[in-house]
Design a protein around this ligand. Sequence first.
Ligand code: SDX
Length: 430
Amino acid sequence: MAEPRTAKLTFDGKEIELPILSPTAGPDVLDIRKLYAQGDVFTYDPGFTSTAACDSTITFIDGGKGELLHRGYPIDQLAEKSHYLEVCYLLLYGELPSAAALEKFETTITQHTMLHEQMGNFFRGFRRDAHPMAVMVGVVGAMSAFYHDSTDINDPRQREIASHRLIAKMPTIAAWAYKYTIGQPFVYPRNDLDYASNFLRMCFAVPAEEYHVDPVLARAMDRIFTLHADHEQNASTSTVRLASSSGANPFACIAAGIACLWGPAHGGANQACLEMLKEIGSPDRIPEFIARAKDKDDPFRLMGFGHRVYKNFDPRATVMKQSADEVLDLLGVENNPILATAKELEQAALADPYFSEKKLFPNVDFYSGIILEAMGFPTSMFTPIFALSRTVGWISQWKEQLEDPQMKIGRPRQLYLGDTARDYTEIESR
Ligand code: SDX
């Protein structure tokens, strides 16, 4: 039996031995759980650039290679050969399903797509110009008040029902949030449509006429769902894990994840990226924006570029770019000026030493907005679609954490730089 590997830390006359944990892939991990008890010191890592907050078997990213695995399967293979509900099953249960298991899972999801009729009133309480993400945060959080029979996090069967309900109902919630903002009636889900077709129909059908889903658009929509399904311990997933560690119910935890995803540095980047491409307007203004992105004194960043983990192409962006060409060709907008600007911008940035030296490449958000806009979605629906897709990742990581016997409430410490103790002074003497 090989000796357990350790790292020695020596300071102030102390020597602390820290175990080194070996992963199945990725960097070794220094186990510092006993550091404070043995050394009376904290570690310091704002933004968690070097910190593993948990162990997981769901998703692995090799940032150097630009590789993304879900339960070991590469994202490009899943995007080409699988479909979103099968990927949901894989993320939730750890293995690709048999034909019978997949049919049972898809039937279960299909039969949970409707919302409690009373929830419709929730949407009507918002202003019509509310951002759909604000509506989604509110309505998903409110699910705790409607689905009490799947809020007991200690009951595995209730955890599974809550997982299925969230995966099934998010397209309905996102579509109704959109319909409400454009003043059109809600469209109910249909059990004879696949997941992506159902979502497109709930978004774009009107009572006045039949709506037929284009199978190419449905496939592109399903692929976008798959490409956004999960992504290790990103900010919103870490938010869901931290919320879950206090014992909060699944709907409250997912609402917290939606709130975090909304930020432009995270899931809000697809909306911000398309707005940036529109502001650039044409390829001849690209140098001006590249210069701004490089200017330390300018807070502007190239939206859809860069990533905390990927220091190579985001493999999702590569698939998304291919999908953009397909969808725009189908829609007869292959000479889309925004796509032309995006491609020129990508080439110009990748040729610029600032971006290549900092290993800044296009990420998942760079091309997704172009496809979604071509499909008819307003920019305000881009992040809700990301949230819809990521729900399975959030809930799979939530489930994994609850099943971990080592799980305890997350409670980070701090480097305190404030005032030391001092006495209260009366107002007369201030
Ligand atoms: C997502 O974590 C995930 O996995 C997220 C996600 C998922 O699926 O869950 O992949 C989804 O959020 C993708 C990222 C979408 N966000 C954007 O496209 C917004 C633009 N990107 C940047 O804000 C930034 O790249 C981040 C937030 C994505 C990553 O930031 P980091 O890892 O904290 O990197 P950093 O800010 O320390 O930047 C390192 C350097 C800095 O320059 P220096 O201070 O070293 O001189 O690179 C520069 C930054 O100024 N830089 C950029 C830049 N991104 C980083 N400069 C210009 N444009 C950019 N986009």
